[in-house]
Design a protein around this ligand. Structure first.
Ligand code: FES
Length: 145
């Protein structure tokens, strides 16, 4: 299996280089592009990003393993990112997490996703689901699964 950026991707990276002049900063949007294409970050994708931005593959790997939103393996189930930070925790994220563990989904505990005013919340495929209750979670999953 190999990963390649197509011409549109390369044009996008070229445009990103004007806004993110350092390879460290450019690494994050390139990782998002790769994960959006394949659903995860493969070693081939890391090599392709390295080639494009000039950062060593090991440095890119370090970024991937630091952030909970990047995945080194293709998820075999629907991935649900549940915020575990203070506002969500105070508003019941533990109960939501407990409820989700009984479902056929991959639950990922993540730090604040910037939607604290509508806690508790979760994110699925970049979409926020807010003011959660167990009943609301069931309705969301029924629609997505
Ligand atoms: S604390 Fe959960 S979104 Fe900020």
């Amino acid at each position: 299996m190999s990963f390649t950026f197509n011409q549109d991707d390369l044009n996008k990276i070229k445009e990103l280089k004007t806004r993110y002049p350092s390879p460290d900063a450019l690494c994050l949007p390139c990782l998002w592009m790769a994960q959006t294409k394949e659903g995860y970050i493969s070693i081939d994708a890391i090599d392709a990003i390295s080639e494009q931005i000039g950062l060593a593959p090991m440095q890119i790997y370090g970024v991937v393993t630091f952030y909970t939103m990047f995945h080194l393996q293709k998820p075999d189930r629907l991935q649900v990112d549940v915020c575990k930070t203070l506002s969500c925790k105070l508003c019941g994220s533990d109960e939501i997490l407990k409820h989700l563990k009984s479902k056929d989904v991959y639950v990922n505990h993540v730090e604040c996703l910037g939607s604290c005013g509508t806690a508790p919340m979760m994110q699925i495929k970049d979409k926020n689901y807010e003011n959660l209750t167990n009943e609301k979670v069931d309705a969301i999953l029924e629609e997505l699964l």
